[in-house]
Design a binder for this molecule. Structure first.
Ligand SMILES: Cc1ncc(COP(=O)(O)O)c(C=O)c1O
Length: 548
């Protein structure tokens, strides 16, 4: 039993007469995931206690107690990598260093590419470039003229390839130019967008916002307004944007008071939903199907080899069906947050892919045709922002730039093109294609006896590791040296365009294998045997020593 559950059980014993209340508290505790990700308050408190410290050169290469000869190989490999970076990425790295001083985001992402103990040394020696100048097909070119395969997927926006979005934006500019940036009235294409979105979502009404985060905010606000209930349920580890109420853990200084973080794919969560009266809505981010109840994988958290991922379509479908049933029975609004997976899994998004209908659905990212957007679709009675019988009781939603003519025009072109035979065809056999690609790459990695594998949810991938190690995060730097561009979360998330050409994919596979071979040759995976548990215990002790 985890500490919170124990505490709740003790509270019940002490509560005496207040059994129903205490029982509901126990139910809530049981529905929390036992990991830190499932205990947001505790995680936030702990995050404030973890001391900041950085490894010097010796610890950097020998944090796992590797032999002197291994450490020497690592040192030589790291120097070679640093030299290669210095030469190859000189311009891009120089502008990055200059801009970092005043570009807060760059400071943050730069600091959190690897576990914090290693971060300073990496920053001091590996000159990473964050500036790029052009893109074409499935590649991006940096300021030095290096061409990378783009595995970032532009945070998921890029479903059909950069050239597709460039064309959407160009055509949109022509369409929107006569009106220009006039706000407050609509460009005619907005009406057409609404009709297409109604057809795609199977829902009655649409509202436009400026980001996925805002679409989620509006979905939750409407759910609270119509149910007159306070609380939202989000599942452990799921990302729904950076708004306070959906970010209960570290990263948000203020603990939300009306958010329950519950275990996904768990009977006890259904029990909570079936018995509590304060729950307005449940938020589902279907990307979690790849790693239920875990935070989005990032290499800054890759302190050992325990990252795990496996998508089970049948099991997740069954879960969503159960969720749908309980939400319908209890009048809880079921929200699918499809900002990431909408238009990627299927034309009709997760609703179509899993065959489960939601009450409200959020979209964003790719739907803007390359421009920033958030969209909410929903059932008519849930989308209404006022009450005829209580005219002062309204539910506000504003946003200066919502329905911006250029964004609406880009969305218009996107939705138009989505109906073309070419794009319809892109969805055919999607899972078979991407599952087959993942299986082939895994076979290549196994054949080469490398401790690296991939797990995928259609075209969204993550790299997992078959052995414990403190250095798996190094792989991202070898991948870059092979001309593979990852986002700042490193090997945690690779996002492909769904129409990624086969010959380019074959080349990506060859490079992933080459990167892992180079990393192995440099000794990063040669270490005295230690389990993941032992690694984590050692780290905990190290942090305690640092603190006291
Ligand atoms: C599922 C989900 N919801 C919401 C958001 C937030 O969208 P935005 O970054 O446009 O605010 C994201 C962003 O990654 C997301 O993946």
């Amino acid at each position: 039993m985890d500490p919170t559950t124990l505490f709740a059980a003790a509270a019940i014993a002490a509560a005496g007469g207040c059994v129903p209340l205490a029982h509901r508290r126990l139910q809530l505790s049981l529905a929390k995931h036992p990991s830190l990700a499932g205990h947001a308050k505790m995680a936030r408190r702990l995050s404030r206690l973890i001391p900041g410290y950085a490894y010097g050169e010796e610890q950097f290469f020998g944090a796992d107690g590797a032999a002197a000869e291994t450490q020497a190989r690592r040192r030589a490999g790291f120097r070679r990598l640093a030299e290669l970076y210095r030469e190859r990425y000189a311009r891009s790295a120089a502008l990055t260093a200059q801009a970092r001083e005043a570009l807060s985001d760059l400071q943050f992402t730069g600091a959190y590419r690897v576990p914090f103990q290693f971060s300073r040394y990496v920053r001091e020696h590996l000159a990473l470039g964050s500036f790029v100048r052009e893109s074409a097909g499935v590649t991006v070119t940096d300021l030095d003229g290096n061409v990378f395969y783009d595995l970032t997927g532009s945070y998921g926006v890029n479903v059909f390839g950069v050239d597709f979005y460039k064309a959407c934006i160009d055509e949109a500019a022509d369409l929107a130019r006569p009106l220009g940036p006039v706000l407050g009235h609509y460009h005619a294409c907005v009406a057409a967008n609404v009709e297409r979105l109604r057809a795609i979502s199977g829902l009655d009404e649409v509202s436009f916002h400026m980001s996925g985060t805002e679409a989620v905010m509006q979905a939750v606000r409407l759910a609270r307004y119509h149910t007159r209930r306070t609380h939202i349920v989000r599942f452990t580890g799921a990302y729904h944007g950076w708004w306070d109420d959906v970010q209960p853990g570290p990263g948000n200084p203020l603990a939300p008071r009306a958010t329950y973080s519950l275990k996904e794919m768990d009977e006890r969560t259904l029990r909570v939903l079936a018995t509590r009266r304060d729950i307005a809505c449940v938020l589902v981010n279907p990307v979690q199907a790849l790693h239920p109840n875990a935070n989005p994988p990032a290499d800054s958290a890759l302190v050992d080899g325990s990252r795990a991922a496996r998508f089970d379509r049948a099991a997740y479908t069954a879960w969503l069906r159960e969720l749908r049933r309980v939400c319908s029975e209890r009048g809880i609004v079921l929200i699918f947050d499809e900002v990431m997976v909408g238009f990627r899994l299927a034309r009709g998004g997760a609703q179509e892919y899993f065959g489960v209908a939601a009450d409200l659905v959020t979209y964003g990212k790719t739907l803007g045709g390359g421009l920033p957007v958030g969209v909410l679709c929903g059932r008519r009675e849930l989308m209404k922002r006022y009450r005829e019988d209580r005219p002062a009781d309204v539910c506000l939603a504003r946003g200066t730039f919502n329905s911006h003519p250029y964004v609406m025009a880009a969305m218009h072109v996107f939705l138009q093109r989505l109906e073309s035979p070419a794009l319809r065809a892109a969805y055919e056999g999607l899972d078979e294609r991407w599952d087959g690609r993942a299986a082939r790459l895994n076979a290549m990695l196994a054949e080469a006896d490398l401790p690296v594998r991939v797990a995928n949810f259609s075209s969204i991938w993550t790299i997992v590791y078959t052995v414990p190690s403190r250095y798996h995060w190094m792989l991202q730097f070898y991948l870059r040296a092979e001309g593979l561009l990852l986002s700042w979360v490193g090997s945690g998330r690779l996002i492909f365009t769904i129409n990624f050409p086969q010959h380019d994919f074959d080349e990506v596979c060859r490079r992933i294998v080459a990167a892992a071979q180079a990393m192995r040759a440099d000794g990063w995976w040669d270490a005295p045997a230690a389990s993941n548990k032992a690694i984590r215990r050692g780290l905990l002790l190290e942090m305690l020593r640092q603190r006291f």
